[in-house]
Design a protein around this ligand. Structure first.
Ligand SMILES: Cc1cc2nc3c(=O)[nH]c(=O)nc-3n(C[C@H](O)[C@H](O)[C@H](O)COP(=O)(O)OP(=O)(O)OC[C@H]3O[C@@H](n4cnc5c(N)ncnc54)[C@H](O)[C@@H]3O)c2cc1C
Length: 385
């Protein structure tokens, strides 16, 4: 990885240098033939994190009382991983998103059962919120969890669930009807293999393990309830406040890679009797790409620093960071494709791959339009970025 702007930003503590070095030094399992090997590659990536300490960042030792996320560390790790391999970034993050509610709100039994194996890369975690008719509108979730004497019975469908089919457990948001809309949802831990739970894969245009879940009279014990009944929506949204800036960090990593590859390409390529790097139009494009990467990084690490140090929710800053960085990454990678010409759209090439890989970042964990709503509502309510 090229020299990193990390040391030049004012937001970090000395420990963050170690995180950056560890994440940059991570070596994945290598490229396996797709698509049949995708799930195996995803599993191997999670296992390859074992012993690196990286998963300690997204799965803190909550069973020992450490519940606070170091958002700057999460962002640094995601930027470095996405620079190398966007799938690795996704697997890293899902270990956090699929356990955060347990760490923050679980019982001591839930924490000691689910967190150590996820942190060791021995089990795979997933978070199941989205449904066919409840994506951006999370409060429209229809999957039901009916309580009876023995526990809860889940019925319904989830879709776009990362790690569906390879996860060892799913954190599931379902309707328990304490109140209408968002106030009637609760969170549950559902183990893979629970009778009544089935999964089906969805093929995306990017290498990413994802699928749908069906709950058909799926029975879970009372001990599967995570946090208080009726609090599921609130708890899930608070979790996103920790992770949303890091989507921006992943976007910065992918964009920085595209920029570095472009610099290498225009230096090497000759056209019209000189180096492509000498063409002014090319230089202007590289300048725009650099400005996009650096302003996105500033926005991301500022949001992470704000969340770590200010003791506030930081929703406004997180939404700005996600919006700025994911939109910037799309522009940067598109420019990289243009600079590469035909070589930018070859199947299996790094630029064509990045072109596809940054696209979902503008959709998941709140589409860009949803981030704009959060930003506008925050400033209208008097918040000041
Ligand atoms: C790669 C990937 C991984 C994912 N992983 C998970 C996961 O692990 N768990 C999980 O629960 N979900 C996951 N999702 C689902 C993701 O969170 C949803 O795709 C996202 O919330 C958008 O929902 P939707 O796809 O149903 O689109 P819709 O809700 O139908 O939205 C479609 C579009 O409508 C527009 N829009 C939405 N709201 C507004 C508005 N208020 N004003 C104007 N325009 C608007 C936006 O352009 C948006 O893209 C994943 C998605 C992807 C692509």
């Amino acid at each position: 990885m090229k020299s990193w702007a990390l040391v030049d930003l004012p937001f970090f503590e000395p420990r963050h240098e170690t995180v950056a070095a560890t994440a940059k030094a991570w070596i994945g399992p290598g490229h396996l033939t797709r698509p049949v090997r995708l799930l195996e590659e995803a599993r191997q990536i999670v296992r390859s994190f074992a012993g690196t300490g990286l998963l300690d960042i997204v799965v803190p030792h909550a069973e020992r009382g450490e519940t606070v996320f170091d958002v700057r560390a999460i962002c640094i790790a995601r930027e470095a991983l996405a620079y190398q391999n966007v799938l690795a970034d996704a697997m890293f993050t899902m270990q956090g998103l699929g356990t955060a509610l347990i760490g923050l709100h679980g019982t001591s039994e839930q924490k000691s059962r689910y967190l150590p194996p996820a942190r060791a890369g021995e089990s795979i975690a997933a978070l199941a919120i989205s449904e066919p008719d409840a994506g951006s509108d999370v409060a429209a979730i229809a999957t039901s969890a009916r309580m009876d004497d023995d526990g809860f019975v889940l019925d319904g469908h989830k879709t776009w669930i990362s790690n569906a089919g390879i996860a060892d457990h799913y954190i599931v948001l379902a309707r328990t009807e304490e109140a209408p809309g968002a106030r009637g949802l609760s969170a549950f831990i559902v183990d893979a293999g629970t009778p009544g739970l089935s999964t089906a894969p969805i093929d995306l245009i990017v290498p990413h393990p994802i699928g749908s879940l069906t709950f058909d009279a799926c029975r879970v014990p009372k001990s599967a309830l995570l946090g208080e009944r009726g609090q599921g929506f609130k708890l899930a949204m608070a979790t996103f406040d920790y992770f949303r800036p890091s989507v921006g960090a992943a976007a910065v990593g992918a964009a920085r890679r595209a920029l570095d590859e472009s610099i290498r390409r225009v230096r090497e390529r000759r056209m019209f009797g000189r180096s492509m790097a000498q063409l002014e139009g090319v230089q202007a494009k590289l300048a725009d790409m650099t400005v996009d990467v650096e302003t996105a990084a500033l926005s991301v690490y500022r949001a992470a620093w704000h969340k770590d140090t200010r003791g506030l929710r930081g929703s406004l800053e997180a939404s700005i960071a996600k919006l700025v960085a994911t939109e910037a990454a799309q522009r940067v990678v598109d420019s990289a494709v243009q600079l590469f010409g035909g070589a930018g759209i070859v199947e299996g090439g790094i630029i064509g791959q990045l072109y596809r890989e940054v696209r979902p970042m503008r959709i998941y964990e709140g589409a860009s339009e949803v981030q704009k709503l959060v930003i506008a509502r925050s400033v209208l309510a008097g918040a000041c970025p």
